[in-house]
Write a protein that binds this ligand. Structure first.
Ligand SMILES: O=C(O)CCC(=O)C(=O)O
Length: 311
């Protein structure tokens, strides 16, 4: 879980970042936002050197047109089982609730969401391999216009509960402009397992000035409804997170969702604190620098943004 910045009487740098964030938010025109993103991507290319992102053209076209695209099974069932087995021993936090810490075997009654701390997420087996999956990095690079930076990394349980999370379990748009998200089910998600729902083409709207929830009836009336994405453990999809989406609360059992957000630049509203990586993979430092501390382990080497992404 990442900490949100708040205005500070002692840190002009923090205040400047937040002012930058709100300046971006008040610009709601799609055309202006698109022009700004293109200019930024071109500027990054000129600064770091141009990089080529050979994304699958069918996936890219579908993401652009619909705002979401299914990637099929990106992780084998065995790898998902290894992730769950490893996480079972790790404490998670009710970060969207009262901040309690607990494990999968001691979930407090009535709790709907549990998130793992960044150190656990980064060091969970298969996590960084997946966040750096060549197919996904190529798609993110081509969609955003330049080598992406990972700006959020999460492993989140949703539990059957009487109550719904105030944010992610209601239709909403994300607050981070110019980002896409890889979402992967680490557990099986059928019709009653808490399928993700996305409202196709809602990413093409002008952004609202104030972020808000959308009701089921409003989504049905204005967009003709949403699509539910189900799938066995390992099933992945990518969404443009400014489109309307939500996680349905699971009824049949706990559901574990892996999330990776890719952006052109760090999100101005987060306080990034990269953590040491103790695994043995080698990952692109530019892409991972907000999550993984430089020089930690042998996985991070200094390399320019335009260095080739792994095949
Ligand atoms: O749990 C889900 O499927 C929704 C996740 C979500 O809304 C988000 O990551 O912004």
């Amino acid at each position: 879980m990442l900490k949100h910045l708040t205005f500070s009487p002692v840190s002009p740098r923090t205040n400047l970042r937040l002012l930058g964030y709100y300046a971006m938010r008040v610009c709601t025109s799609r055309r202006v936002r698109r022009a700004a993103t293109r200019t930024l991507a071109a500027g990054l290319g000129a600064w770091h050197g141009h990089a080529r992102h050979a994304a699958d053209p069918v996936l890219l076209a579908s993401l652009r047109a619909q705002g979401y695209v299914r990637l099929g099974r990106l992780l084998p069932a065995q790898a998902c089982a290894e992730m769950v087995a490893w996480l079972r021993t790790q404490p998670m936090v009710a970060g969207r609730g009262d901040g309690r810490s607990f494990t999968l075997d001691t979930v407090p009654a009535g709790l709907n969401i549990g998130d793992y701390p960044l150190d656990t997420v980064v060091n969970c087996p298969h996590m960084l391999d997946l966040a750096n999956h060549p197919k996904v990095l190529a798609l993110a690079g081509a969609y955003l216009g330049f080598t992406p930076v990972i700006t959020l990394l999460s492993l989140r349980w949703s539990f059957p509960s009487e109550t719904r999370d105030a944010d992610v379990q209601h239709f909403h748009r994300d607050s981070e402009p110019g980002s896409i998200k890889l979402l992967l089910y680490v557990t099986d998600v059928g019709d009653t397992g808490g399928p993700h729902r996305y409202v196709p083409r809602s990413h093409l709207d002008r952004m609202p000035l104030r972020l808000r929830r959308y009701g089921e009836r409003e989504v049905a009336r204005d967009y003709g409804g949403s699509v539910a994405i189900t799938g066995a453990a390992g099933t992945a999809f990518v969404i443009d997170a400014k489109g309307i989406h939500k996680g349905t609360p699971p009824a049949s059992g706990p559901r574990l969702l892996l999330g990776v957000q890719y952006s052109l630049l760090p999100c101005l509203e987060y306080d990034y604190a990269p953590v040491p990586y103790r695994g043995r993979g080698r990952f692109h430092p530019y892409v991972n620098r907000l999550m993984v501390a430089a020089g930690a382990g042998d996985g991070m080497r200094v390399a320019p943004a335009a260095a080739p992404l792994p095949d």
